[in-house]
Design a protein around this ligand. Structure first.
Ligand SMILES: NC(=O)c1ccc[n+]([C@@H]2O[C@H](COP(=O)([O-])OP(=O)(O)OC[C@H]3O[C@@H](n4cnc5c(N)ncnc54)[C@H](O)[C@@H]3O)[C@@H](O)[C@H]2O)c1
Length: 260
C-alpha cells in the first residue's frame, strides 16, 4: 500500500530544491500532488518531470491562496496535505541587524512567515472539510540558533515555528482532524545553500569554496544534508504513520543544532 494513497497535496516552492524532492516523493507514494511556485517556467517543467500539477503562485498574495485551494480541492476531490515550503534568504547586502532595511525585513517576513499564515488560514478549513490531514511548515535550524548573518531570515523561521504550534493546538481543540508540524532543516544542498556560500563568502572576503568548508564544520555528521533527507521527514509527517504527532518541531540537521 502506498503511504499517501488517496491523498491530495499542495507543496509551495516546488520548482526547486527541497520542495521538488518532497513533491517527487509524494507522487511516488501515491499522492495527487500540485506544486506551486513564483517561477512558472521551472515550476511547469518540474511538474511535467515528476508527474504533478502546477499552479503559478506568489505565496505572499492572499487572493492567490483562495484560488489555489479552491482549484485543487475541486480537481482532486479535497485537500489532505499542505507543505508550506517556499522561502527566501533575503537581500545579500542586508544581513546583520544593523544592515537590514525595513523593506528587506518585511519582504523576508512576507515570503517566509506571512505565506505560512495565509496557507494555514485557508488550508485548515479545507483539509478539515476533506476529513483531516497534515500541514507541514518549513522552518529552519535558523529558528533555533542565532543567525547574525541572516537576521531577518532567522526571525521569520522562528515565527513559522511558534505560529505552527498555535495552529496545531487550535486544530486539536476543534477536533477537526488537522495536524500541524514544522521541519527544521540544517544545511541542505540546494540552490539556496549554494547561494549562501557565495553571498556570505563575499561579505567575509572569502571564496564560495572556503565558505562551504566553514559551513561544513558546523555539521557534526560531517556532511551536508540532501533534499531527500527532508522529503523523508515530510513523508512521515504527511502520512497516517504520524497521526499522533502535532505541534512538533522536527529537526533534520546532522546534529548541527548542538554545535552552533
Ligand atoms: N537549503 C537549506 O539548507 C535550508 C535550510 C533550512 C531551511 N530551508 C528552507 O527550505 C525551504 C526550501 O528551500 P530550498 O533550499 O529548497 O530553496 P530553493 O531556493 O532551492 O527553492 C525555493 C523555491 O521557492 C520559490 N519561491 C521563492 N519565493 C516565492 C514566492 N514568493 N512564491 C512562491 N514561490 C516562491 C522559489 O522560486 C524556489 O523554487 C525554504 O523555506 C528554506 O528557507 C532550507
Amino acid at each position: 500500500m502506498l503511504r499517501l494513497a488517496n491523498k491530495s497535496a499542495i507543496i509551495t516552492g516546488g520548482a526547486s530544491g527541497i520542495g521538488r524532492a518532497i513533491a517527487s516523493l509524494f507522487v511516488e507514494e501515491g499522492a495527487d500532488v500540485t506544486i506551486t511556485d513564483i517561477n512558472a517556467v521551472a515550476g511547469r517543467e518540474t511538474a511535467r518531470q515528476i508527474g504533478a500539477a502546477f499552479f503559478e503562485q506568489d505565496v505572499t498574495q492572499e487572493a492567490g491562496w483562495k484560488a489555489l485551494i479552491k482549484a485543487v480541492s475541486a480537481r482532486s476531490n479535497g485537500l489532505h496535505i499542505l507543505v508550506n515550503n517556499a522561502g527566501i534568504t533575503g537581500n545579500r547586502n542586508e544581513t546583520n541587524p544593523e544592515l537590514t532595511t525595513l523593506d528587506g525585513w518585511n519582504a523576508v517576513m512576507a515570503v517566509n512567515a506571512g505565506s505560512v499564515f495565509l496557507g494555514c488560514k485557508y488550508g485548515v478549513p479545507q483539509i478539515a472539510q476533506s476529513g483531516g490531514g497534515s500541514i507541514i511548515n518549513m522552518s529552519s535550524i535558523a529558528a533555533l540558533v542565532a543567525t547574525p548573518f541572516l537576521s531577518a531570515y532567522g526571525a521569520s523561521k522562528a515565527a513559522v515555528c511558534q505560529f505552527s504550534k498555535s495552529v496545531a493546538i487550535h486544530c486539536a481543540e476543534q477536533a477537526n482532524g488537522v495536524r500541524c508540524n514544522t521541519i527544521h532543516p540544517g544545511q541542505i544542498v540546494t540552490p539556496m545553500l549554494e547561494g549562501l556560500f557565495e553571498d556570505v563568502g563575499k561579505l567575509a572576503g572569502l571564496s564560495a569554496e572556503t565558505m562551504r568548508d566553514e559551513f561544513l564544520k558546523k555539521v557534526p555528521q560531517g556532511e551536508f544534508g540532501l533534499p531527500k533527507d527532508i522529503a523523508n521527514m515530510a513523508l512521515f509527517l504527511a502520512s497516517d504513520e504520524s497521526s499522533h504527532v502535532t505541534g512538533q518541531q522536527l529537526v533534520v540537521d546532522g546534529g548541527m543544532q548542538y554545535l552552533s
